[in-house]
Design a protein around this ligand. Structure first.
Ligand code: PMV
Length: 338
């Protein structure tokens, strides 16, 4: 059996605008999806997916037969989760030139599903790595990132940037601008995540921004301004010593830009009352800055705070179901064969 894990991510800056060619800076975090793969003697694929939400559920399917779990879980999230595994299997079969390969697959994840932490990218990245290795045809991290992007692109009907998949495959802080993906030197930032227990519909939210941008010039300017925020954030990161740990001047600078970024995402209509409450709770608790992460609509926020105050304040905030400190994951996809 081959086992691979891959990290989730938060967006320090730049979600949504990245869809229109602006740069974005996601950071991989130590919350992982783990995919175990055992090749089968037939061409079937059987998937057991547990813990893909906070409550956890199991889905098993063979060919097109799927057993609905007996817990209350959103059907669209469920088919999305299995759709990503299917897409990863297609990529692995193609990479290994084994179109008929069958697998028993187990997915475990401690990344909330569809909540802006890159859960699907982590499952796809870990799945492609574990499945190609199971077929004796391992591929390198960059090729995993390329194939994982194609898998997400397919499942999300063309509404995907390379940000999540590249970040999950290579780890650390990265910069994505169109097809250009690079790693960044960044200090270990004190990231705190708040989760409202919900999920946003990425496709719908991306389409909403597109409509707004097509209709109003100010929305196009807003997208361009997010790009300016990202470039300014990159300059601050580049000037910092990656080994020294972040000083308060850097954290204040980055935090201010995160606050601006959240304001502009709100203007584009992708925030939510729960996300705004958590952002304000973090700021009131003394965080350097806070913003939603990912597509928005519901899900997670990310704040910068070295003290425990923000995590504590979030855990008492109405609408926040989980608050945790998220370490930067310097390693992307990881081989964990048992
Ligand atoms: O919510 P997530 O983690 O799927 O992030 C979506 C980020 C967007 O910029 C809105 C879309 C994308 O593919 O980059």
């Amino acid at each position: 059996m081959t086992v691979s894990s891959a990290p989730g991510k938060v967006y320090l800056f730049g979600e949504h605008a990245v869809v229109y060619g602006e740069p974005a800076v996601p950071c991989a975090i130590e919350r992982r999806a783990r995919v175990s793969v055992e090749p089968r003697s037939d061409d079937h694929v059987r998937v057991v997916a547990e813990d893909l939400s906070l409550d956890g559920f199991t889905v098993e399917y063979e060919g097109s037969t799927r057993t609905q779990p007996d817990v209350d879980v959103d059907e669209s999230l469920l088919s999305a989760a299995t759709g990503y595994v299917d897409a990863a299997v297609r990529q692995a079969r193609e990479a290994a030139d084994a179109p008929e390969a069958g697998f028993d697959i187990t997915v475990e994840s401690d990344i909330p599903l569809g909540a802006g932490l890159g859960s699907s990218a982590a499952v796809v990245v870990a799945g492609i790595d574990a499945a190609t290795r199971a077929l004796g045809e391992p591929i390198d991290d960059r090729e995993i990132a390329r194939r994982a992007y194609r898998a997400e692109y397919e499942v999300q009907d063309g509404q995907a940037s390379r940000a999540d998949t590249f970040c999950s495959a290579v780890g650390g802080a990265v910069r994505v601008e169109g097809d250009d993906c690079t790693t960044l030197e960044a200090p270990n930032l004190p990231l705190v995540v708040g989760f409202d227990g919900g999920a946003g519909d990425t496709g719908k939210l991306v389409a909403g921004v597109r409509d707004l941008k097509d209709t109003h010039g100010f929305a196009a300017d807003t997208v361009a301004s997010i790009g300016d925020i990202v470039r300014e954030g990159e300059r601050l990161l580049a000037a910092a010593d990656p080994d020294a740990g972040p000083d308060s001047e850097l954290l204040d600078g980055l935090g201010e830009l995160m606050d601006f970024n959240h304001g502009l995402l709100s203007a584009l209509g992708v925030s939510a009352r729960s996300l705004d409450s958590m952002v304000w709770a973090a700021r009131d608790a003394g965080a350097h800055g806070a913003k939603l992460t990912g597509a928005g609509g519901g899900g997670c926020i990310v704040a910068l705070d070295s003290s425990p105050e923000t995590e504590t304040a979030l855990s008492f905030t109405q609408g926040c179901v989980d608050a945790f400190r998220a370490e930067l994951a310097t390693e992307g996809v990881r081989r964990e064969d048992r």
